[in-house]
Design a protein around this ligand. Structure first.
Ligand SMILES: Cc1ncc(COP(=O)(O)O)c(C=O)c1O
Length: 381
């Protein structure tokens, strides 16, 4: 059988070997981290170690890290949790935010808050000039994603944070897509709140974290036994949290050379697709982009047909993270890309583990599928 080539790492990533090794013993461990017996305390120590690993990745303090079920929960907690602690009534976010930021903001808008959305330019970059116009002394929170899940475009977080802080507002960043690519500093970024998710950085699904700057108070989404210093009740997912910690440690060890290698393979893929199935058009900024993300349009070709024609290459049309809502990508839409071109676009997500040979083989399989799609569309018209 033809081997699957997995190039959908913006949707989810494979467990790193070190993460698997760290998690495995916890499969057979019985014990609630809140219990005072030895089994519980062992789990508690493992969770503390993971908290340090996540804090180290972010150059934060362990007590500023709260474990959640993933970035969706972390984003919701950051946004909704603030509202009861601020008299301000305006929320601001970028137009290409993930639905797990946009939707809680829209829900608050329905409850009477004002929501302002900052546009991006045609390369997907946040327009800081427009953001500056939208932030004022009623702004409670500015939320700007660190990197976009569909285009990989990296946002000017520090500049957005400076704008927010100058108006007395807080800055949240959804760093889900960026966090796996090397050490970060919440101070350098100017982030008051930062979300991440293990399964986007070679950790397990169903676990994530929210950095909450010391001194900030959030109202919990989940009330209960008061776990996570009262911010997130529920028995902690020890095995998942251990996996997140190991993934954070691996991410912190990701170097310039690692990123350059992935970037080279991604650019090789773009060049091969252009040569074998081109011309292709890049969606998103050419350089201000995550190392592994490539979003390209094959003009005149139905991307769903290409995916169907290359079932052994795992890629995405639109956003697989929100595949409950099929349809044209809102990200490409707000970048001003014509819906027909958006429907002809594929997103490739390479990881640190993607090889040169996978890139070559994937380009050939996709190019064959593009040619078949062109031929069948030609016959139909
Ligand atoms: C940018 C971004 N934020 C948030 C999420 C949601 O993360 P999770 O799957 O951990 O809920 C995703 C992907 O699903 C994402 O790409």
């Amino acid at each position: 059988m033809t081997q699957l080539i997995y190039l959908d790492n913006n949707a989810s990533t494979a467990l790193a070997p070190a993460v698997r090794a760290a998690m495995t013993p916890w499969l057979d461990h019985t014990g609630n981290a809140a219990s005072s017996h030895a089994a519980g305390q062992a789990a508690d120590r493992a969770i503390s170690c993971a908290r340090e690993q996540v804090a180290d990745l972010l150059t934060a303090a362990p007590r500023e890290i709260v474990f959640t079920s993933g970035a969706t929960e972390a984003n919701n907690l950051a946004i909704r949790g603030l509202t009861t602690h601020s008299p301000r009534r305006t929320l601001v976010c970028g137009a290409t935010e993930h639905p797990s930021v946009l939707e809680p903001m829209r829900a608050l808008e329905r409850d009477g808050y004002t929501l302002r959305i900052a546009p991006v330019d045609e390369e997907g970059l946040l327009r800081l000039d427009a953001l500056a116009e939208l932030v004022d002394d009623d702004t409670m929170l500015v939320s700007v994603m660190a990197a976009n899940n569909e285009t990989g475009v990296v946002s000017p977080i520090r500049e957005a944070a400076d704008l927010a802080h100058a108006a007395g507002a807080l800055l949240h960043t959804d760093a889900t897509q960026l966090a796996g690519w090397g050490p970060l500093s919440v101070d350098t970024l100017g982030a008051d709140l930062l979300s991440l998710s293990a399964h986007k950085m070679h950790g397990p699904q169903g676990v994530g974290a929210l950095f909450i700057r010391r001194g900030l108070r959030l109202t919990p989404l989940l009330h209960g036994g008061g776990h996570e210093r009262g911010v997130r009740s529920g028995t902690p997912n020890t095995m998942g949290i251990v996996g997140l910690g190991a993934a954070a440690a691996a991410a912190a060890a990701c170097t310039d050379a690692d990123r350059a290698q992935v970037r080279r393979r991604r650019d090789l893929l773009a060049a091969l697709l252009d040569e074998l199935a081109g011309p292709v058009r890049l969606n998103g900024h050419a350089t201000q982009r995550l190392p592994g993300t490539l979003n390209v349009t094959f003009p005149g070709v139905d991307a769903d047909l290409v995916m169907a024609g290359a079932p052994t290459v795992a890629v995405a049309t639109g956003s697989a993270c929100s595949s409950g809502h099929p349809g044209p990508s809102h990200v490409l839409g707000v970048m001003g890309i014509d819906p027909a071109l958006a429907a002809a676009s594929l997103r490739f997500g390479l990881s640190r583990y993607t090889s040169d040979s996978e890139v070559h083989e994937a380009a050939e399989r996709i190019a064959t599928a593009v040619q078949h799609a062109r031929a069948s569309e030609g016959r139909a018209s």
